[in-house]
Unconditional design. Structure first.
Length: 88
């Protein structure tokens, strides 16, 4: 995931310092196209919940975004979903 992010950012046309991965290679489990931020956030939360039900640990999941502003709808949906997820 980190390598993919570094590759995408490298094509943005401005200098940056690549991030180093602290874990092994990962894979992208979820991609989507959505009408708005709320639809996207809801789909991400549902995917995260399903991955956890299927046995994936919270520490094995990551959500990448281009800007901090994109995280607000996701944060709101995660807070709402907090009561419906299995922790641990």
């Amino acid at each position: 995931m980190v390598d993919l992010s570094n590759d995408l950012i490298a094509h943005a046309g401005y200098p940056f310092k690549p991030t180093q991965s602290v874990r092994g290679k990962g894979k992208i489990d979820f991609l989507g196209c959505f009408m708005d931020d709320n639809e996207e956030a809801a789909a991400i939360v549902e995917e995260i919940k399903q991955l956890n039900v299927d046995g994936r640990k919270w520490s094995d999941m990551v959500v990448l975004s281009r800007t901090n502003a994109q995280s607000r709808p996701l944060e709101e949906k995660l807070v709402k979903a907090k009561g419906s997820v299995r922790l641990g």
